[in-house]
Design a protein around this ligand. Sequence first.
Ligand SMILES: [Zn+2]
Length: 272
Amino acid sequence: MESDEELFAPNSSLLKIIPSLIKDLFYYEESSRLLSRFLQSDVSGLTQQRIEGLNPALRSLAIDEDKSVMLTLMLGRLFIDAFEMLMDKCVEFEVCVEEIENKGELVQNYLSGDFNSKVPILVTAKQKMSPFPSSKRVNEEPIDAVRHRVLINELARLEAGDQEASPPDFGIYQVFSVDLKSWYCNCDEYQDQMADNSENHPEAYRKEKGEFSLKSMEEIISQSRGASGLLLDILTSSEIPTRHKSPLPLCSHLLAVIICSYNRKIELYRVK
Ligand SMILES: [Zn+2]
């Protein structure tokens, strides 16, 4: 049994609870069954007719409902945004070498925390721009509305016989660079957490709280005794020791890439 101290230590939720919730978060289900379950509020007989017309052999991506509820309660907007990016296939791994056949395999290695490949892999997450800063977006489109939109698109895709979902081409998107190896993203959401938010404090305080509060990954992990698994492997596999703020910053883009890591068997991303 873990003590309260261990459970509430900084980074405990990231290192212990979140991995158990995002592991096997997605699975495949018969498309017509999935669509009828979630689009039943569309009382129009037309939608029902369209669903009934689908080939029963078709499968669509489904999310574990219990885990999705827990993640939304714990992470709110962060999770909803990550979910939306994954459903729209907005996470992309670019293998930076021409004429190579095993790009998919190199990406799988990267996602399993093996960063030894000599071929650089650039990871980007494309996100629809919101008129609101992330902290003000809590009440924006709830996860049910996102899922409803995703499944309406899925129905249209299946009817059109598309094998692969294309990202929606409406709206304005912003592209962010994510690096799992150094636990980094160039978005404001991440950068704001790295900043000290202490403009109002004297310089001595800022120094103490800012520069000197950066910890090595080993220190961060030792505070969360009992943490184990893939995320820990990813965080400790960097050859270049980096210092991080604790609690570790987390943005929707890093979260989306970690979800890809923990659900590697499912194609939640694109390879270029
Ligand atoms: Zn980010």
